[in-house]
Design a protein around this ligand. Sequence first.
Ligand code: HAM
Length: 452
Amino acid sequence: MPRRKREKIALKKTETSRRTRRSSFELRRIRGMKDILPEDMSYWDWVISKAECLALAYGFKKIETPILELASLFTRSLGKGSDVVEKEMFVFTEKGGEEVALRPEGTAPLVRVYIEHGFLNRPQPVKLYYFGPFFRHDRPQAGRFRQFHQFGLETIGEASPMAEAELIFLSFILFKELGLDVSIQINSIGCPDCRSSYIKVLKEYYSSRKKYLCETCKKRWSKNPLRLLDCKETDCRELSLDAPHIIDHLDEECRKHFTKVLEYLDEAEVPYTLNPRIVRGLDYYNRTCFEIWPSDEETSSQNALGGGGRYDYLIKELGGRETPAVGLALGLERIIILLKEKNIKPPVDSRPLIFVAQLGESAKKKSLRLYERLRKEGFRLAQAFTKDSLKNQLSLADKLEARFTLILGQKEVLDKTILLRDMENGSQEVIDFNKIVSEIKKRLEKKNNNQF
Ligand code: HAM
């Protein structure tokens, strides 16, 4: 084949493959994953900082764990039959051949830390809080994402019922401070002993009604009968209403423990609803279980804002010594969605005190150092140094509702002065460049305005 023809064919092939590559490219987010845009950040910052302040005030210490963990950590702790392990975990084999998972929840990783780092030798209980992304391959819908964020608290090494009362109290206060009305749904699922005798009674109740159950619940009947109680399908829900209650089958110790939790909550004036259908979807729980629902959604845990409970057997299950523990996690996306629905806005005080404007090349050159000088004084600032037009800069200063604008032009640079414009009354004054800080402070004092 002649060289020219060969070259033409090769060129055509490259172009085709480039075109194919380009056409298979799709610019989009992965289903169930969300971007958090700058305009939403004030909600996130507000909720997280409130939660962190409370956690710290009650003696919790911050911890971060990796997003990837061995998949077996979750299979072992959440239970093979749990929805999270059975259907929702993002699992893959990494290059070294190990099966790893994007963490679907935060309790198991914290228990791993507790055992692996010998936290048993630290003063007990170990109280930890965390915040970060979690992953579940669930069907995306309102308030349900494949990547979502939790704020979690865990008290490891504490058997006292005061530990769960403290966590519930803390979350109740957090929601109150955010201006959200919530309803705390609480139950006790006892210890493995009282649960096994209850499960016999529960299965008996359901055996004559099995045909009315949904397909998933038919499987649950033999694999995980407790979960029959929190199915969201209408028929299953109706059947669960007359099902026997586990609290009527608690042994003496479990009953006493639960009564104490409720007494502490009563004393702290935390309202709650006893809900026999709160059994939680993860296998590690025992005794107290609870969920936090928006107060106007009293009938469904579909959009629970948070949930938690005791897990006194998990540390041993994962290879540690028997250690009592309790924890809770709040879903941040759901909290923010609810805040928006209720038209509750984070307090804003992002108005800049001073907008720094510049006009001309020599002024532009001076602007960065001037800005830094003012920032170090603690003033809240704004600027648009890439812009050349003074008109554009002033209209931005207006939009941002800056209290003052400092205008540095060619003439001011030569005179070692600067223009100080009061944005409230439009008055403008030439001031000494070296006295900017004292001049601004003087004006603020005069107006008794301490906004910086
Ligand atoms: P969880 O109930 O599975 O518990 O999740 C806690 C909260 O995370 C839920 O109430 C919900 O607000 C949020 N959440 C869960 N899945 C999603 C999702 N797909 N999309 C959006 N938000 C979601 C736990 O994870 C336990 N580790 C809690 C715990 C801590 N128990 C003891 N310590």
